[in-house]
Design a protein around this ligand. Sequence first.
Ligand SMILES: Nc1ncnc2c1ncn2[C@@H]1O[C@H](COP(=O)(O)OP(=O)(O)OP(=O)(O)O)[C@@H](O)[C@H]1O
Ligand SMILES: [Mg+2]
Length: 310
Amino acid sequence: MIELKGITKKYGDRTVLNSISFRVEKGEVLGFLGPNGAGKTTTMRIITGYLSPTMGEVMVEGYDIKKEPVRVRSIIGYLPELAPAYPEMTVLGYLKFMAGIKGLSGRYSKDAIDRVIQRISLDKVKDRIIGNLSRGYRQRVGIAQALLSNPSILILDEPTVGLDPEQIIEIRNLIRELGSDHTIILSTHVLPEVTVTCNRVLVINDGKLLAGGDYNMLSDDIYRERTYRLVTTRLDDGVVRLIESIDGIKAVERHDDGFTITIDTGFKNPEVITDAVFKAGYSVAEFSSKRVSLEDVYIKLLSHDRGGIQ
Ligand SMILES: Nc1ncnc2c1ncn2[C@@H]1O[C@H](COP(=O)(O)OP(=O)(O)OP(=O)(O)O)[C@@H](O)[C@H]1O
Ligand SMILES: [Mg+2]
């Protein structure tokens, strides 16, 4: 479990993080979103102990990072934004070097390296020079070094940046797989990635936390309504009138191929709609929730924060 309480970071009189508080529970995969300069990397560097906050407290698995930085670092595996490049080293040489930095030696180092090579499927490339590897493989090496101390938590700063679509899918699958036995915080600008890999998101802008929650919560918070698509075998205005008469329905629109129904997020059982339609003698060919994309939610959140047009 990771807990941040009132984390503030100032550089001179510039506040880059403004009293950030959040918790990440064991086993969660949290997506950390925000525009360039929002404070994602700064927050991650504070959680990993590479940077001290000006104010506030970070607890990792019950340990205070200020009091027990060495212990906390051994619990966390970190893939920095710009993974340190040692292009002249072989994969194995680099992993040995990193294991040494993490205080592993002898058999412990060898076992840890064997384990991460297995887990990240690096066997094929372990004797190759890092500088000659594809970006996707270099990123894998970065993730492998993060796993050397067998951490329960992984902090991945933009793990898929600069990768081609195939490599993105590969790394994404790897993250999903790692999510089964690690708590993960990952930052990214690729929003579809968040929808497939994360169970919760945090949005940060200008050093402030704007919103957090699972995807549905976020979109409910922002939109305060949901839309459904309904297709009945007869598309007539009788259906419109029928649905409009149900409590909690905000709007019903008829199109050539079906209806769009807008309901309040407080409306908990949309089956009421299909029940009413059935009872009136229509049959239902389709009834589905129209999901707003995470992009829409994200842009709307930022524009609210900047006081822009909603
Ligand atoms: N050493 C420093 N001195 C002064 N300002 C800094 C320093 N490091 C970071 N900043 C500022 O802190 C703010 C947050 O930066 P940070 O790197 O955390 O953003 P980010 O959300 O990771 O952005 P990106 O998406 O571009 O990676 C930025 O305005 C940046 O210029
Ligand atoms: Mg960053």
